[in-house]
Every structure is written in structure tokens, then in C-alpha cells.
Design a protein around this ligand. Structure first.
Ligand code: SF4
Length: 592
């Protein structure tokens, strides 16, 4: 046990007992030190049957340099980027997940595996990507603006050797601060260097930052994640693990984070477990952390379990240490992961996302039935719920709307004339499916209502006789403070209008939402372990500060956004710091 542990830390370190892991979940090549499962209803055994083997070598497939996507000499000042964002967001007004993270320990192709895993997590953020890899005690970082395939290519991955790496994809608003806020962040402190990738949002960010600035800290970015690095750097605790714990104990809100040092990978999930984080293992014993299991699938890692709310997992040459270092309030996992954010092939919070969405559709068919000839989906996020609705209603599911996957930033300059085409650029109606039909169209959510009205008009213009909108979530009435970019409450149509008023606004013949009570009933005994704040307005962690938009609120942070800087950062640790840091750690490893 660490000799120099404060009372708050030591109390939480005192009595660990094993998680109730099944044999198949028990790590083979490491010595797990485990602790009590913080809550009982989300059993990891449900999905422990997933199994894969490592069969093929990994070949990085990125071939396209980022410069190909940005015309030479073209500048994208804030306003231009914002124009792109506004343009596409107008027609795709869903809440935005604000990040995906991955961490890999013990594989000689760690950065390439990170690259592939980030591909699998691309839906969680498309604005920037980065990887930090460790080789010979040096942390090397490459970050950039754009999709994973735009940021990385073969030669960049060649610059990230080592068997330890973390990666990050981010969604953010646009502007000059884009590059600086792309993670992972790397910082040097007295005992070495540390990299961090964060998914979530800290509700006490401003207060923490103000306090740190009062004490002389200088911030380089406008991201709340940088606060974590400062807190680690100034912590008096040793070893490094306890610095992380000390820092996390000061954070409020949502954080699923992976850290990397010269020889350790650390995964942390906030005590409420707002955002997901899972652990898996490759057949060669490499340990993988990722936001979703779809990333594990892609890199042929076997899902083992979630990182539990309030848990800190440390992976190094001695194995895995699992510590429950923070108090355990009732978990509040984000239900929107199951409604919209996560991929349907992922298992999130111990539940299949596909099965959840299908059940949402079935509930809608049972509780809000309507005579119809065909069931269609707003692709892609409404598809699984529409399948559930169609099966339950006994009506054919057909592809009445086709999504274009090829509309992106590089498509065309957004002029007002083009903007007016709106949703048609992304969704095309299939007249053969819709003409003369009574159509049920299933979508995952309604935010401002503008997209829904355009979709209804599109379907009617294609000849539909009736359009019945079914929404596979309850009405959204509150903004999210835990890592999801939603509009302010005033902009949310369900906060301003009744269901009938919304129906009138969007022009459908009928409209029904997934009843809140039915959603909770579906989740059964796990229901209290989920956050529903955007449907109920009841926030499990009170948002004491005004909403922090991770990037967009901080317009002028001094970076001019030139194309030259898009290539990202390169940070090297001071290797002389390593011995001191190692010694510090070795002396006080927490034994359980
Ligand atoms: S407020 Fe909504 S989107 Fe945010 S964490 Fe809670 S359920 Fe998820």
C-alpha cells in the first residue's frame, strides 16, 4: 500500500474485494487486482460470450494525406468553418457526441491498432483525431483536424512506434481553436510526461480553471481536459497513479479518460459512469480500452468488461491493477448512447444497442399504432427502431429514404442558394416505396424540429398519402452538460411545444414519442442506473456553471488556424525524468 496517501485516498483504497468476474473474463496473462463492483444490476456476464482470435497482421490503410482534402493555399477562417458547420448541422441537427477514446498496452503495433479503433469510433467525432505513442520512454504525438483517414497516413503512423498508445476522435464546434483542442493532450511535469484523451464534460471546469489561473497556471487550450493535466502536475501525491486520483477527486461531471505515461496505460471512469468505457484483450495479451465495443471488434480484441464507474485501471509490466478510488453514487449512464450515439453493433453499459433500439420500435408500434402500408426509417440512426416497429406492427419495412454518405466538408461551398436544398442533399426519397402509401417514418429523436419538418415534406412530395412520424426516444426538453452537444433548452422544440403543436409544426398526420415510463420499464432494475436528464430536466450532477461548449465558446485563443499547423503536434518527453519517476512509482505501487 502506498505510504504517502491522504486520508481521502486511503479510505477508498482500504478494502478491495474481487469483482464477480466469470472465468472467461479473468485476465490470463496479467494479475488483476480487483475491487467490489460498484453496482449490481449491470452484469458484465451478459456479453462475455463475445470471442475473437487474432489471425491477421495489421496493415495501416490510410493513404490520403490531409493536404488532399484542403485545397492548397485555401484559408479557413472561423467564419468559413462555421459556415460549413452551420450548413450541415442545419440538416443534421442531432445532438453530437463529443469524443471517442482508445488505449492499447502491450502490442508492437499499438499506434496502428489505435488508428483502426479510431476508425470504428469515427461516429463519435469527426472534427479531429490524434494518437500518442510511447517508444523508449518518449511520448510522440500526432494530431490533426479532420477524419481519422485524413489525419493519418502510412508515414505518420511510422512516426508513432511503440507498444503503448492512446487515441482520440473529437467532435467540436469549429474555428481557430480547432487544432489546439484536438486530443490527446501531452504535457510534461516534474516527473515526466503524460498524455490524456477524454470523453465527457466537466461541469466545474470554469471554477477549476479560475482557481488554477489564480495560482499561476497558464492554459494552452480552451478544453476542460487541460485542467486535468494541471491538477495532475500540481498534485502532491505520489506515485503517479495517486496524482490521477487526486485530480479526479476534484472533477465534477462526466469523464471517461485514458492516460499514458512512459510505461503505463491508465483508464478512468467518473463515479456516475456517464460515458462508456470498456476493456478488452487481444489474443497476444495486449490490453485495450475503448469507448465502444465496436472498436474492440475491429481490432480483434475480446470484450472483457466495462471500466466500472469510479474505477481506475492501471496497466503496466506488472499487470493490471484495478482500484475503486472514488465514492460510488448511483450510476447515471447516458441513455442517449442507446438511443442515438453508439453504433448498433456495440454493447454499451452491458446492453446490446441493437436490441435496445429494436425494443424502442416495438414499444412504439404497441403504444402508438396507426394503420399504414409501409414502415420506413430516417437513416441511419432510425433504422433499427423502424425494423422493430415494422416487425411488431406486421407491416413491411422498406427503404423509403436513401442517405448520401458522400456529402462532406469538401463537397461544395455553402451558399445560401445551396443551403435551401437542405435535407435533400443528404436524404433522397424513393418514390416507388412512398407514392400513394400511408407511411410510418421512424427517427431516433427530434431536437429543433426543423429537420423533421423537411423530412415530412420530402416524403409527401414523393407522393405519400399520409406520413406518421414515430420517435424512438422521449421528447428532449433539457440541454446536456455531460459531454453531448445539444442546443440550449430554449431551442429544443419539445421544451416549447406540446406534442400536438410539434405535429402541426412538422406537418405530419400523426406524431408519437417513446413514452418515458415505457423506456424505464424496458430497462427494468437497471433503470435507476441511467441518466435521463435531457428528458426529465433532473440533472444528477447539478450544472452549477453555465453550459461549457468545449471549443466554440472560446473563439479567440490566439491560433490563426493556418493550414501549416494542421499537421499536429510533436512532443518529446525529457527522458532524464524517467528514472526519478520510475523510482517513485516502484516504491509505492498499490498492492491489493
Ligand atoms: S443529459 Fe441526456 S445526453 Fe446528457 S448524459 Fe444525460 S441522458 Fe445523456
Amino acid at each position: 500500500m502506498a505510504a504517502k496517501v491522504s486520508s481521502s485516498l486511503s479510505s477508498s483504497l482500504s478494502k478491495p474485494t474481487p469483482f464477480p468476474l466469470t472465468p472467461s473474463q479473468t485476465p490470463l496473462s496479467f494479475s488483476p487486482k480487483t475491487l467490489p463492483k460498484p453496482f449490481s444490476s449491470s452484469s458484465p456476464t451478459k456479453t462475455a460470450s463475445l470471442s475473437y482470435t487474432h489471425k491477421t497482421p495489421f496493415i495501416a490503410s490510410a493513404k490520403t494525406p490531409i493536404s488532399d482534402f484542403f485545397p492548397e493555399n485555401k484559408q479557413y477562417p472561423d467564419g468559413d468553418f462555421d459556415g460549413y458547420d452551420d450548413y450541415f448541422r442545419d440538416d443534421d441537427e442531432k445532438p453530437r457526441e463529443e469524443c471517442g477514446v482508445v488505449g492499447i498496452y502491450g502490442d508492437p503495433e499499438a499506434s496502428r491498432l489505435c488508428y483502426l479503433a479510431l476508425h470504428a469510433l469515427q461516429h463519435r467525432g469527426q472534427e479531429g483525431a490524434g494518437i500518442v505513442a510511447v517508444k523508449n520512454d518518449v511520448l510522440q504525438s500526432i494530431t490533426g483536424v479532420g477524419l481519422v483517414s485524413e489525419v493519418f497516413n502510412q508515414s505518420k503512423l511510422d512516426q508513432l512506434p511503440g507498444d503503448l498508445a492512446i487515441g482520440h476522435v473529437r467532435y467540436s464546434t469549429a474555428g481557430s481553436s480547432m487544432l489546439k483542442n484536438v486530443q490527446p493532450f501531452v504535457a510534461g511535469y516534474r516527473f515526466g510526461s503524460v498524455g490524456v484523451a477524454h470523453n465527457g464534460n466537466l461541469v466545474n471546469y470554469r471554477a477549476l480553471r479560475a482557481k488554477l489561473e489564480d495560482n499561476g497556471s497558464i492554459f494552452n487550450t480552451s478544453s476542460d481536459t487541460e485542467v486535468v493535466l494541471h491538477l495532475i502536475a500540481i498534485s502532491k501525491h505520489r506515485p503517479f497513479l495517486l496524482r490521477i486520483v487526486d485530480a479526479c477527486e476534484q472533477l465534477e461531471g462526466a469523464y471517461s479518460m485514458v492516460f499514458v505515461t512512459n510505461d503505463k496505460l491508465v483508464a478512468v471512469r467518473d463515479p456516475h459512469g456517464f460515458r462508456p468505457l470498456v476493456m478488452g484483450r487481444r489474443s497476444n495479451g495486449a490490453v485495450v480500452f475503448a469507448s465502444e465495443t465496436c472498436a474492440l471488434d475491429l481490432i480483434e480484441a475480446t470484450y472483457e468488461r466495462e471500466v466500472f464507474p469510479g474505477e481506475v485501471l492501471v496497466v503496466d509490466k506488472d499487470g493490471i491493477q484495478s482500484l475503486c478510488l472514488m465514492s460510488h453514487p448511483q450510476p447515471k449512464q447516458c441513455i442517449f448512447e442507446h438511443i442515438y450515439f453508439a453504433l448498433p453493433n456495440s454493447v454499451v453499459f452491458g446492453r446490446s444497442v441493437y436490441e435496445s433500439r429494436r425494443a424502442f420500435g416495438e414499444i412504439l408500434a404497441t403504444e402508438a399504432p396507426v394503420d399504414c402500408d409501409v414502415v420506413i426509417a430516417v437513416p441511419d440512426s432510425g433504422v433499427v427502431a423502424a425494423l422493430g416497429y415494422a416487425a411488431k406492427a406486421g407491416v413491411a419495412f422498406q427503404q423509403g429514404l436513401i442517405r448520401s454518405h458522400y456529402v462532406g466538408r469538401t463537397f461544395i461551398e455553402p451558399s445560401q442558394k445551396i443551403r435551401d436544398f437542405g435535407v435533400k442533399l443528404k436524404l433522397s426519397p424513393v418514390r416507388a416505396v412512398l407514392e400513394g402509401k400511408r407511411v410510418v417514418v421512424v427517427d431516433d429523436s427530434i431536437v429543433r424540429g426543423t429537420t423533421s419538418s423537411k423530412i415530412v415534406r420530402l416524403i409527401k412530395e414523393a407522393g405519400a398519402k399520409e406520413v406518421h412520424m414515430r420517435i424512438a426516444s422521449p421528447p428532449i426538453i433539457g440541454s446536456c452538460y455531460y459531454g453531448v452537444d445539444t442546443p440550449s433548452s430554449e431551442e429544443l422544440i419539445s421544451n416549447r411545444m406540446s406534442v400536438e403543436e410539434i405535429r402541426e409544426f412538422i406537418g405530419s398526420d400523426s406524431l408519437a414519442f417513446l413514452p418515458f415510463d415505457s423506456l424505464k420499464k424496458l430497462l427494468g432494475t437497471e433503470s435507476p442506473n441511467f441518466c435521463y436528464a435531457c428528458f426529465s430536466g433532473k440533472y444528477p450532477v447539478e450544472p452549477r456553471e453555465i453550459k461549457v461548449k468545449r471549443v466554440g465558446d472560446f473563439v479567440d485563443d490566439g491560433l490563426n488556424g493556418s493550414l501549416e499547423s494542421i499537421d499536429g503536434g510533436w512532443v518529446q518527453a525529457n527522458t532524464n525524468q524517467k528514472k526519478e519517476k520510475d523510482k517513485e512509482y516502484e516504491e509505492s505501487v498499490v498492492k491489493i
